[in-house]
Design a protein around this ligand. Structure first.
Ligand SMILES: [Zn+2]
Length: 240
């Protein structure tokens, strides 16, 4: 195994900026604590109302630098048509077997945007099938991450745990603002006005983080759902 490419956590989103919006506070916290993290964006976001794919790629580079990670790949699946089929599973399994993450972060399987639902299904199936020895892909060896944790987009999720992102929230917002074709930036005129590129949307990111922070008694938080129960170390029980 190539030890260089091994990751602790792999965050997979449908569109560039999805990870920044949903779970970058947690990613930054992992990085801060010495864990190796990477991101896979499934599409280039070519259906976005604002910006072009090349603009989005340079914004993604900027955001990735802010997040302080070296691994970020794009599967270049068609935006608006992420299909959970064998061809796409094989492409994702190849990366799961390459990076061997302990845990995978993925969109919650019920959401307003159909791409997030389809991405979630594709990720869940790929994570499972990646562990099957009889699925042979090039020189890769079977590998299955231990857990999938789901993050929230537009809809509420059943919350299994919340990560305190108070110390990384500012950097998370900076990484979101790197996507200036998508979100509000003073002085930059948008061809089409949408909720996403309004001032209000940026405010809602703070409100959401404060809401989940409130639930665990800190300033900012990010919620996650684990379909499997979590094994709590007895020494951690009184610290929760
Ligand atoms: Zn998205």
């Amino acid at each position: 195994m190539d030890k260089e490419s091994k990751l602790d956590a792999l965050f997979i989103g449908a569109h560039p900026d999805d990870i920044e919006l949903t779970s970058a506070g947690t990613l930054l916290k992992l990085v801060k604590n010495g864990y190796k993290c990477g991101i896979i964006d499934l599409t280039l976001g070519e259906l976005s109302t604002g910006g072009t794919p090349s603009q989005r790629q340079s914004e993604t580079k900027k955001a990735t630098k802010i997040l302080g990670i070296k691994v970020r790949e794009n599967l270049c699946l068609p935006d608006g048509d992420i299909q959970c089929n064998q061809k796409n599973r094989i492409r994702l399994i190849r990366l799961l077997r390459k990076y061997k993450p302990e845990v995978v972060f993925a969109p919650y399987p019920y959401d307003r945007h159909p791409d997030h639902i389809n991405a979630s299904n594709l990720i869940r199936e790929s994570v499972y099938f990646s562990g099957l020895a009889k699925i042979k892909i090039d020189e890769t060896t079977p590998y299955r991450p231990k857990r999938i944790f789901y993050f929230s987009h537009a809809y509420d999720i059943p919350v299994s745990f919340i990560i305190d992102i108070t110390d990384t929230f500012k950097t998370k917002v900076k990484s979101i603002k790197a996507y200036s074709s998508q979100f509000y930036k003073p002085g930059i005129k948008k061809q089409y006005k949408t909720y996403i590129n309004s001032k209000l949307f940026l405010k809602s990111i703070e409100t959401k983080a404060r809401f989940y922070g409130f639930k665990i008694g800190v300033e900012y938080g990010e919620p996650f759902f684990s379909p499997e129960p979590l094994n709590i170390e007895i020494s951690n029980l009184l610290k929760l």
